[in-house]
Ligand binder design. Structure first.
Ligand code: NOJ
Length: 563
């Protein structure tokens, strides 16, 4: 049994310092309400997650990232936090949390928790106080309240849109308006207020003291805002460059906040880590990933790419260079709780893109809007490509962030009845976005039984019948299952993982990428459909699908043993 203790940088016998654990970790994201339900109320919880620690250990991950488990009215799946230093009673208690951390640590698995600093829930004590205290009060200064426009102030202060649709302002009983960049129930905090800053430092210490190893920082690029009057219009804001001085997004002064957090992280041994969720221009990601700031930042490029050799090649080169420029390691992500699962994306026609290569809309949205009735999803192709992409990703230098259920090869669930949908993006954009519930359906653990082993009761989002065929117990002993492939890949990754270097090997074919790690481990991905011939005699350690000797079939990845 490996125990996570004391010091961050381990030492070889030769006394050579090893890099910190997070640089090339495999981090498994748990969306707690949909992972495992311990008390049968249909909502996943901390005791449920505890019961699955053996599964996580067998999978071979290095860390778990827990999406929010804090008290919440669930207006945004828990990203509306009512109390940052407690556990939602429906999900358990602080003692349950401590037990989960202890059990994971005993298996050598680190724990990362989500911090949501841009906004609280409208049920947070501070917001309730702000409503009660009225205009001009210190309590309102923790949020962003303004008077409205128009003769009687009944028009919002500006024409800004919320990211979830509709106005970014909501009016309260005494006529003032508050800013919410996300759901109405998620008022934005005022990061110019020292009290807000001090409280988050307290929260970071609270969880660090409980043994948490790191933090994932939600919308890390939006905390600080320049709300100097007169406020600009939506069109004026859109016309401004996002160069660090934009009033709303990716401001340079947000790093003052993170510099303070860094001091807190470094008070601990080992230092606590953080990864930024920052949707910013790629050139500005290193600012978040620097050691003086959060230390690591997500790169969401693969998550937005088609299954395409040219796109993957460019993304790898760009992000390794960016990581090198910040001194951090990069992060690879194919799926998370906000996007259509990649097995489904890869089974749909490629995304429509603008000239710059950005997808014109959420990939998979049209298919979702039809409730999955449109025939264009090729499930087998999607899964074949998803497996190939996973082995490509797990061979790369840097951290790999996996989303619960991808190791089961799960597809997105499209046909959730409107009455059962939960995501605010569905309610605030009627007819345009069905939201993110389809990737948050509770996991199938067993092919039979109540809620497919998720819990003894129901499931808070309906599980489709076809989920049973992907259940963990069905895949457990199957040598060809996706679960077995992930387990083998993670075990081999531990053995083979080497310096954060990669060298491309020319394959002579545009559809085939091949790279070599410093110890000779090689990864070959055939993004095309025609078989690709390998140099004879190389030992294949792992493949994402059936392989013929010395041939890599289409839409397949193979790992080659060091020569
Ligand atoms: C990003 C999170 O990943 C998403 O789920 C959430 O809705 C927004 N931030 C707002 O907190």
């Amino acid at each position: 049994m490996t125990t996570v203790t004391g010091t961050d940088s381990a030492r070889h016998d030769s006394d050579e310092l090893l890099p910190p654990w997070w640089r090339q970790a495999t981090v498994y994201q748990i969306y707690p309400r949909s992972f495992a339900d311990g008390d049968g109320d249909g909502i996943g919880d901390i005791p449920g997650a505890l019961s699955r620690v053996p599964y996580l250990a067998e999978l071979g991950i290095d860390a778990v990232w827990l999406s929010p488990f804090y008290p919440s009215e669930l207006a945004d799946g828990g990203y509306d936090v009512a109390d940052y230093r407690d556990v939602d009673p429906r999900l358990g208690t602080l003692d349950d949390f401590d037990a989960l951390v202890a059990a994971l640590h005993e298996r050598g698995i680190r724990v990362v928790v989500d911090i949501v600093p841009n906004h609280t829930s409208d049920q947070h004590a501070w917001f309730q106080e702000a409503l009660a205290a009225g205009r001009g009060s210190a309590a309102r200064e923790r949020y962003i309240f303004r008077d409205g426009t128009g003769p009687d102030g009944s028009e919002p202060p500006t024409d800004w849109d919320s990211i979830f649709g509709g106005s970014a302002w909501e009016r309260v009983a005494d006529g003032q308006w508050y800013l919410h960049n996300f759901a109405v129930e998620q008022p934005d905090l005022n990061w110019s207020n020292p009290e807000v800053r001090a409280d988050f430092v307290r929260t970071l210490r609270f969880w660090s003291d409980r043994g948490v190893d790191g933090f994932r920082i939600d919308v890390a690029h939006m905390l600080t805002k320049d709300m100097t009057e007169p406020l600009l219009s939506k069109a004026e804001l859109e016309a401004l460059p996002k160069d660090g001085n934009h009033p709303m997004i990716d401001r340079d002064d947000v790093h003052e906040v993170y510099a303070e957090w860094r001091q807190v992280f470094d008070e601990y041994d080992p230092p606590r880590t953080a990864v930024a969720e920052a949707w910013v221009d790629r050139s500005r990601i290193p600012l978040y990933a620097r050691a003086e700031s959060l230390g690591q930042a997500f790169n969401f490029d693969l998550l937005q790419a088609d299954f395409d050799a040219r796109q993957f090649h460019t993304i790898v080169d760009d992000n390794l260079a960016l990581a090198a420029s910040s001194g951090s390691s990069t992060t690879w992500v194919l799926s998370n709780h906000d996007v259509v699962r990649h097995a489904t994306r890869y089974g749909l026609p490629d995304a429509e893109r603008t000239e710059t290569g950005a997808p014109t809309r959420k990939h998979g949205n049209e298919w979702l809007l039809s409730g999955g009735r449109e025939p264009q999803l090729d499930r087998e192709k999607g899964l074949r490509r998803a497996r190939a992409a996973a082995l490509f990703l797990l061979g790369l230098p840097g951290s790999a962030y996996l989303y619960q259920g991808e190791e089961l090869g799960l597809h997105e669930v499209a046909d959730i009845p409107d009455a059962q949908r939960q995501d605010p993006t569905f309610f605030r954009s009627p007819g345009e976005d069905v939201g993110r519930d389809g990737c948050r359906v509770p996991l199938p653990w067993t092919a039979d039984g109540a809620s497919l082993g998720f819990g003894t009761g129901g499931a808070h989002l309906p599980q489709p019948e076809w989920f049973a065929a992907s259940a963990a117990d069905v895949q457990d002993d199957d040598p060809d299952s996706t679960l077995t492939m992930y387990r083998r890949a993670l075990a081999l990754r531990h053995e083979l993982q080497t310096d954060e270097q990669l060298e491309w090997v020319d394959t002579g074919e545009a559809d085939v990428l091949r790279f070599r790690r410093p110890n000779g481990w090689e990864v070959v991905t055939n993004f095309g459909t025609q078989p690709h011939a390998l140099t004879p005699g190389r030992e294949v350690l792992l493949a994402s699908g059936p392989v013929d000797t010395d041939l890599v079939p289409g839409e397949t990845t193979v790992w080659l043993a060091p020569a």
